[in-house]
Design a protein around this ligand. Structure first.
Ligand code: ZN
Length: 227
């Protein structure tokens, strides 16, 4: 999934208001932070096969360290512990861990059966939502809409930046996502990995920036008039 991971991050802000949206975005995308680095290092592998799924041409042949179920649990615990060590926010750390783990569930729904249970395991799972463009758009699009709805209800802008930066990010994500099924296959595997790193290096800090210009909607509740 792509915008589905962002949808989880947006929705989680309602459950974990003290965790920055930037942290939630990086947590939701974390397996895809690890993955392109391991691809560029030659540790994990995938191939570009035009038409491999209806939505994109990515054949994930070997990615047990970033995307196996066991390693997802390890990454989730590691990030939750790191967040707790830094913030001392127990509830926030729990949500960070759950958001990291959500990535596996969403990829499990969308990928062709290619997700290992553990490094070295030969059983590969996944449900293959990407075999259908309409189904992918319906599922991921409604998740994205729900994530946006929860986020804008849970937060409000402190200033104009809080509104403009947020809606610009939403618009850019849709502009990158919607043409995907009709775009020509990427030029090379390394180009995909580099693009992935650049995208997260932009959207991660962008989400931290948004977060500094928005606040929980319930904050600053005006005092009831006295007498
Ligand atoms: Zn992934």
């Amino acid at each position: 999934m792509f915008i589905g991971h962002f949808a989880v991050a947006f929705a989680a802000k309602k459950a974990a208001p003290r965790v920055s949206l930037g942290t939630l975005v990086l947590a939701a995308a974390f397996l895809d932070v690890v993955w392109p680095v391991l691809v560029l290092l030659g540790i994990e592998r995938f191939r570009i096969v035009p038409g491999f799924t209806a939505v994109n041409s990515l054949d994930f042949t070997y990615y047990p360290w970033s995307h196996s179920l066991l390693m997802t649990i390890v990454w989730s615990l590691a990030l939750a512990l790191a967040y707790f060590a830094w913030s001392r926010d127990r509830a926030g750390a729990l949500w960070v861990g759950l958001v990291v783990a959500s990535h596996w569930v969403l990829d499990f729904v969308s990928h062709r059966p290619d997700m290992p249970l553990y490094p070295g395991g030969s059983d590969k799972l996944s449900l293959g939502l990407w075999q259908s463009v309409p189904a992918t758009f319906a599922v991921e699009g409604s998740m994205f809409a729900a994530g946006i709805a929860l986020y804008v209800r849970a937060t409000k802008s402190r200033d104009r930046t809080g509104t403009i930066a947020w809606w610009t990010m939403v618009g850019l994500l849709l502009a990158l996502y919607i043409p995907g099924p009709w775009a020509s296959p990427p030029p090379s595997e390394n180009a995909v990995a580099v693009f992935g790193i650049i995208a997260l290096a932009i959207f991660g800090p962008w989400a931290y920036w948004i977060d500094r210009h928005r606040e929980p909607a319930s904050q600053r509740v005006s005092e009831p008039p006295r007498s």
